[in-house]
Design a protein around this ligand. Structure first.
Ligand SMILES: *[C@@H]1O[C@H](CO)[C@@H](O)[C@H](O)[C@H]1NC(C)=O
Ligand SMILES: *[C@@H]1O[C@H](CO)[C@@H](O)[C@H](O)[C@H]1NC(C)=O
Ligand SMILES: *[C@@H]1O[C@H](CO)[C@@H](O)[C@H](O)[C@H]1NC(C)=O
Ligand SMILES: *[C@@H]1O[C@H](CO)[C@@H](O)[C@H](O)[C@H]1NC(C)=O
Length: 315
């Protein structure tokens, strides 16, 4: 009985392995629009797909980012400037994509643009801190998606959203995690809505990645702590803050290889059978996603284990 079960399971994985290796045809005629190509995942993905022969339409926030990307890539890759928080800018980018891709439509949209703003205990933050990150990560992505949808439907193409492992397990306060939870929800509903049109929707959940912005991010976070009212500082205490900031920037367990993420994105765009969800990074696969399935009380215990609590907590 167990043998049959094992054989069935083996067959299932073999079939899946085989299916996942099938790529779509005529990749060199396909247009892919990527947001947030100035740095990080977007930048690497643009280069990677360009090298693969796809027609990359790369949106950068800054002129400098666009120029640098243009230099290291082929003639096929085109760049534009896009601020996802401005609807005029999104509309202009949509017109530009229409001109570039023409009647073929848009094969792929990768909603990658996002910011990481102040992940900290919620009580340390203001509404504006939340607005700032939701505006880019959530509303920006919604706006770009709604504008581009007709073009993607025409190509029966692919939508790829970047969420995060903390879109499944809220490890820290601040607007970042809620923005990613919301993206998971939108992606789920959109996947069901667009299936009848032949459009496939995937979401990528990267773990924690070390980036070139870590230093400024740490500076911003330290600023936040320094400017807290004395009574809040008293309440939480220096030990709490030290542990919070150090666990955050303890480089050892964080991923450094951005390809872990861009390879998932490439698969979502080029495989005939893209997955609905991709988890990238060992921390996401083996710590955070499993944590999200545990009963809340157990997950809370694990997260708090060994860390100093607030100085003035009830004992
Ligand atoms: C690929 O391109 C060729 C020539 O343009 C065309 O005949 C063929 O139908 C295309 N295949 C797919 C799957 O679109
Ligand atoms: C991506 O997120 C946006 C904003 O939440 C949502 O409108 C869209 O449906 C999502 N798309 C995909 C492909 O997940
Ligand atoms: C740090 O703060 C400045 C000023 O608000 C902001 O422009 C910058 O994007 C922040 N950097 C990071 C990595 O959060
Ligand atoms: C912070 O907490 C972790 C446990 O999560 C512990 O291993 C570490 O030593 C603590 N660091 C400091 C500076 O207190």
């Amino acid at each position: 009985m167990w043998l049959y079960l094992a054989a069935l399971l083996g067959l299932y994985f073999l079939r899946r392995w085989y299916q996942e290796r099938q790529t779509v045809e005529n990749l060199t005629e396909k247009y892919v629009f990527i947001t947030g190509c100035d740095s990080g995942f977007g930048n690497l993905l643009a280069r990677q797909l360009d090298a693969r022969g796809l027609r990359v339409l790369a949106a950068c926030l800054t002129q400098k980012g666009a120029e640098q990307l243009g230099k290291g890539t082929s003639e096929r890759l085109k760049t534009t400037i896009l601020d996802v928080t401005s609807t005029e800018s999104v509309a202009a980018a949509t017109e530009w994509v229409k001109e570039q891709a023409g009647s073929k439509g848009l094969w792929g949209l990768v909603n990658n643009a996002g910011i990481l703003w102040q992940m900290a205990p919620n009580e340390w933050l203001t509404k504006e801190d939340f607005v700032r990150v939701l505006d880019v990560n959530l509303l920006g992505t919604i706006d770009v998606t709604l504008h581009m949808l007709p073009l993607i439907r025409r190509a029966q193409g692919r939508l790829v959203n970047v969420s995060s492992m903390i879109g499944r397990f809220a490890y820290s306060g601040g607007g970042y995690s809620p923005s990613k939870f919301a993206l998971e929800a939108f992606s789920d509903s959109l996947r069901r809505e667009l299936h009848p049109f032949g459009v496939k929707v995937s979401i990528i959940e990267p773990g924690s990645f070390a980036t070139e912005f870590d230093e400024t991010y740490k500076k911003n976070l330290t600023n936040l702590w320094n400017k807290l009212p004395a009574e809040i500082k008293d309440l939480y205490g220096l030990q709490y803050w030290n542990n919070f900031s150090q666990t955050f920037f303890n480089g050892k367990w964080r991923n450094t290889d951005l390809c872990l993420v861009t390879n998932c994105m490439q698969h979502a765009l080029t495989s005939r059978y893209p997955r609905s969800r991709y988890t990238a990074g060992l921390d996401a696969k083996f710590i955070f996603i499993p944590l999200s399935y545990l009963p809340a009380s157990l997950a809370d215990y694990i997260v708090a284990y060994g860390r100093p609590g607030p100085a003035k907590a009830l004992c």
